[in-house]
Write a new protein. Structure first.
Length: 344
C-alpha cells in the first residue's frame, strides 16, 4: 500500500552509513533483526524454506529469477503462506511464454511475469486471468534504463533511430516502451534494430561496441553504470502512466474456478509481504543479497528498487498498455482486458 522511494538508491551518500552498518553486522544479523529473532534456518529467518505441515495444500508459483522474487521468498520464510493453509513451492522458468504455458497446462497454479507477455498470450487465445499487480510505475520511475557507452553520441530517445539496441527479448515490455518513448520524442521507432540478448550480455555488447545501446532493468542498470556506461532515460516511466502494472500475477481460468480459496489465500499472504517490504527499503536491499536472489552487496546498496504494490490491478491503465501493444503490433486486435482481470 505505497511506493518505495526508488530514487534513493542512487543517492550514494545516503546509503554510506547504512552500507557500513551492513558490513559490520553482516547479512545474517540484518535478517535476524528484521525478522525478530531466530536463526537463519528457522521459520522466522529471512528467506528460509519451510517444510510442509499436515493439512497444507500444495501450491506452485512459477517465476523468472529476478529481484521481485524476494516478495514470495520472504512471505514463505515468514510463514505467511502456511498461515493460509498453503505449502508454496517456487519454480523458476526462463521466460514469460514458459510461465504462461506452465499455468495453462497446470504445472503452476499461478505465475508472476511482466504484464505484456500475459496480454499477448490472452490475445492469442490463452485462457488466463490476471488478479494482482506486483510492481507498478511510480512517479518518474519504472526501473528500466537505456544504457549507452560513455562517449556515445546518443543523448536522447530520438537518437536511437537508426541504431542497434539490445534487450532481453524482442516481444518484451522493454521493446514496447522504448518504441513509445522514441515516438514521443519525435523519432520513428521503426528505424531501430532490436536484438535479443540476456541483460548482462546486452551490457557487454554495448561496452564492446557490438550494439549502440541496451535496454535493461534493475539491478543491471547499476551494474552498467558502475562499468562506465551512461543511462539516458527510463522508458517504462516515460512511456507508461503512473500506476500501470508492469508485473502481474496470472492463473488459468480453470484454476481460478477450482482453486479460488487457495488463490485468495496466496494473494493475501503476498500482499502482507509486499506491505512489510514497502515499509522497509533497507530490508529489500538486504534480502536481495541472499543466495536465492543473488544481487551483490555493492549493487544492492546502490540500485533503484522496484516499486512493489499490493493494490488491485488498475484496469483502465492496463487497458492503455494493451492498446499500445496493439498499436505497435504486439497484439493483432483490440483486447478488452476487463474480461480477464479478477479479484480473489
Amino acid at each position: 500500500m505505497g511506493h518505495i522511494n526508488a530514487r534513493a538508491g542512487r543517492r550514494r551518500a545516503k546509503w554510506k552509513g547504512r552500507s557500513a552498518l551492513i558490513g559490520v553486522v553482516g547479512l545474517v544479523a540484518v535478517l535476524l533483526s528484521a525478522c525478530s529473532g531466530g536463526n537463519p534456518g528457522s521459520l522466522s529467518g529471512g528467506l528460509s524454506a519451510q517444510s510442509q505441515s499436515p493439512g497444507e495444500q500444495p501450491f506452485t508459483l512459477g517465476a523468472v529469477s529476478s529481484i521481485s522474487n524476494l516478495v514470495w521468498e520472504y512471505a514463505k520464510g515468514q510463514g505467511y503462506y502456511s498461515d493460509q493453509g498453503l505449502d508454496l513451492k517456487i519454480a523458476t522458468a526462463d521466460s514469460g511464454p514458459a510461465l504462461v504455458t506452465g499455468v495453462i497446462n497446470g504445472t503452476y497454479d499461478v505465475s508472476t511475469l511482466a504484464a505484456l507477455p500475459a496480454l499477448v498470450a490472452i490475445s492469442k487465445g490463452a485462457d488466463l486471468r490476471i488478479f494482482n499487480a506486483t510492481s507498478e510505475v511510480a512517479p518518474r520511475h519504472g526501473t528500466s534504463g537505456v544504457l549507452v557507452a560513455a562517449k556515445s553520441s546518443i543523448t536522447s530517445y530520438k537518437d536511437l533511430v537508426g541504431k542497434t539496441v539490445a534487450t532481453n527479448a524482442l516481444t518484451s515490455l522493454n521493446v514496447l516502451v522504448t518504441k513509445m518513448a522514441v515516438k514521443a520524442a519525435g523519432g520513428d521507432p521503426s528505424g531501430i534494430k532490436f536484438v535479443a540478448l540476456p541483460f548482462k550480455s546486452s551490457l557487454q555488447a554495448v561496452a564492446q561496441g557490438q550494439v549502440d545501446a541496451a535496454v535493461v532493468i534493475t539491478p543491471f542498470i547499476t551494474q552498467g553504470e558502475e562499468a562506465g556506461l551512461r543511462n539516458i532515460g527510463d522508458p517504462t516511466a516515460d512511456a507508461l502512466q503512473e500506476g500501470t502494472s508492469y508485473n502481474v500475477v496470472i492463473t488459468s481460468g480453470k484454476t481460478a474456478q477450482n482453486k479460488a480459496a487457495a488463490i485468495k489465500g496466496f494473494n493475501q499472504a503476498s500482499d502482507k509481504a509486499v506491505d512489510k517490504l514497502v515499509a522497509d527499503p533497507d530490508m529489500i536491499r538486504s534480502l536481495a543479497q541472499t543466495e536465492s536472489i543473488g544481487v551483490s552487496k555493492n549493487d544492492a546498496e546502490k540500485m533503484d528498487l522496484p516499486d512493489l504494490s499490493s493494490k488491485p490491478v488498475d484496469v483502465a491503465k492496463l487497458q492503455a498498455l494493451a492498446d499500445a501493444a496493439q498499436q505497435y503490433g504486439f497484439i493483432a486486435s483490440k483486447l478488452d482486458v476487463s474480461k480477464y482481470v479478477i479479484t480473489p
